[in-house]
Design a protein around this ligand. Structure first.
Ligand SMILES: *[C@@H]1O[C@H](CO)[C@@H](O)[C@H](O)[C@H]1NC(C)=O
Ligand SMILES: *[C@@H]1O[C@H](CO)[C@@H](O)[C@H](O)[C@H]1NC(C)=O
Length: 523
């Protein structure tokens, strides 16, 4: 590196640090004092609400807790916590309580056979999903004023599968308009607040989900991820989220997808308070035709895996990795070096600096027309919408208008982006094979204040890289930083090696504690 290049790097880094501090200061002042979500009202409630989905399922079938009491506790929790979070679009659903009564009744009478119980591992467990994922008979607004009373005719495939596994849907949650932003805010419902600090962003697009999960308003959630939409909110709200290998979970009914799309970066996957919920949920969600390749039942020997890490994506547009975030990577490296008796090797992948451009290119290859989605069938004129916004007459957020303006900016160089993607994919395949795991930062810093991403949004490239590469990634919470916001890390493997990500996530939870409640626990 020449002297001038070096000087430029330093200047860019300084500019990031200064602007980051400045934005923290200004938005912090504008949004007022720090406040967290309320603690559950009683210890009894807290005991139920903080359990993992797998624990809830076990206690229901062993009749240690009534399904009715569980659903009631979560429904009441939603009613209280949602006043602060503003995360629920539709619900809590009263019929969930009816369903719970039926389950308790059948369990008491011994009316479930062994086979029934085996087919319904999540019998009676409450769950939620984002508004953009269809739930029969429930609101399906996509965050648009023009769709404020639209309802879904039928369930998305992932919702259908969870219901079939015995789980009970209790609410749907907030998203940014047509899912296309990394905060959760729209003109229909407003913004969803982070349970750890109500002034901060929950991330997006599955931000209503992550808020509900970490605030103990639901047993678990289903998200979708085209550029980090499961992992950004999971990171911001300190929960687990798994973006599966692209194509192994049917996305029919998610943001109007048919599930037949050939070229797409979208995956649907689980979000939860415990890493132990992810694998059993994946076992429900994975399409039968992919089961053999995934070998989800196969035991993973963590000592025999090879571990790698990358300390930065090198993109000038991203914030530099801050100290507390670097420390997370350091702790993870130490642990897996000890565990495997080898090194966690530092590595690099080609073209990471092009992540933003690669993702932008592949977004133009998506079968969805986001402009048309946003207009609910009407093609919007970006200039007109921007003008309307400036005079306060728009029915869209500035973030949504950004995304249609992006559509008229010069396109990325197709051959260059395809080549870069291929080379990066190949390098990752060669590096990890079927027994390698890569640790990658989730974000250079923890959850920003509301609106901060309108000014600095490129950090999401740390997530979107893995949509470009179509590989599985688990987002793992790693304690809180000095501001009380969740830290985290991404665990990456090659295609169809989801089980490696999940096994490593469980090890990280065992070692570092996983989810930390956003409220002080009652004793
Ligand atoms: C970050 O860590 C480095 C090295 O440990 C230290 O010199 C520096 O002061 C730290 N910066 C902040 C902002 O804590
Ligand atoms: C795309 O990039 C390639 C390789 O750098 C270059 O040869 C080509 O002219 C570029 N195409 C366009 C349309 O800019």
């Amino acid at each position: 590196m020449s002297f001038w290049q070096y000087a430029l790097e330093i200047l860019v880094t300084l500019a990031h640090i200064v602007s980051d501090r400045l934005l923290e200061f200004i938005f912090g002042w504008y949004l007022g004092p720090h406040k967290r979500v309320a603690t559950p009202q009683s210890v009894d409630q807290q005991v139920i609400l903080t359990k993992s989905a797998v624990e809830l399922a076990q206690q229901i079938r062993e009749r240690k807790i009534k399904c009715y009491d569980i659903i009631k506790a979560f429904v009441e929790r939603i009613e209280i916590a949602n006043r602060e979070l503003n995360a629920v679009v539709d619900g809590p659903f009263s019929e969930a309580l009816e369903q719970a009564k039926v389950i308790d009744d059948k369990l008491a009478k011994g009316e479930y056979s062994e086979a029934d119980l085996k087919a319904k591992p999540f019998l009676g467990v409450p769950f939620t999903t984002k508004d953009s994922t269809a739930v029969a008979g429930k609101l399906h607004t996509l965050g648009l004023i023009s769709r404020k009373s639209e309802r879904s005719a039928e369930d998305a495939q992932c919702v259908r599968l969870m219901k079939r596994s015995g789980a009970i849907i209790i609410a749907t949650s907030n998203i940014p308009e047509v899912n296309k932003w990394l905060e959760t805010r729209n003109m229909l419902l407003g913004k969803t607040n982070n349970p750890y600090d109500l002034r901060r962003s929950v991330g997006g697009s599955s931000g209503g989900e992550s808020a509900l999960i970490t605030a103990c308003c639901t047993g678990f959630g289903l998200g979708t991820d085209i550029g980090g939409s499961i992992r950004i909110p999971a990171f911001n709200c300190g929960v687990f989220g798994h973006k599966p290998t692209t194509g192994i979970v049917d996305i029919a009914g998610c943001t109007f997808r048919t599930g037949k799309e050939k070229e797409t970066m979208v995956s649907a996957g689980p979000m939860s308070r415990s890493s132990k919920d992810l694998l059993p949920i994946m076992q429900i969600l994975v399409e039968p035709s992919h089961r053999a390749a995934l070998k989800l039942d196969e035991q993973v020997n963590l000592k025999k895996l090879r571990y790698f890490y990358i300390d930065s994506n090198g993109m000038r547009q991203c914030n530099p990795i801050n100290n507390e975030t670097q420390r997370v990577m350091y702790k993870v490296r130490q642990h897996f070096a000890t565990l495997s008796g080898g090194d966690v090797r530092q590595t690099q992948l080609p073209h990471l600096k092009l992540t933003g451009k690669m993702w932008r290119y592949w977004m133009t290859q998506e079968p969805a027309n986001f402009n048309l989605l946003l207009g609910n069938g009407v093609q919007l004129n970006p200039y007109v919408e921007l003008f309307k916004k400036l005079i306060g007459q728009s029915e869209y957020t500035l973030a949504a208008i950004y995304s249609i303006i992006d559509g008229i900016l010069p396109k990325e160089n197709e051959s260059l982006m395809r080549k870069a993607t291929k080379e990066c994919q190949k390098a990752l395949d060669d590096l990890l094979g079927n027994d390698g795991v890569l640790f990658f930062h989730s974000s250079p810093r923890t959850a920003p204040f509301h609106y901060y991403p309108l000014l600095k949004f490129n950090d999401f490239a740390y997530f979107s890289l893995f949509n470009v590469l179509h590989v599985p990634v688990t987002q793992v919470p790693m304690g809180l930083d000095s501001k009380g916001m969740p830290l985290g890390i991404q665990v990456v493997a090659t295609r169809n090696n989801d089980r490696l990500c999940l096994a490593v996530a469980e090890e990280l939870e065992r070692t570092f504690g996983g989810w930390v409640p956003p409220f002080p626990l009652k004793h």
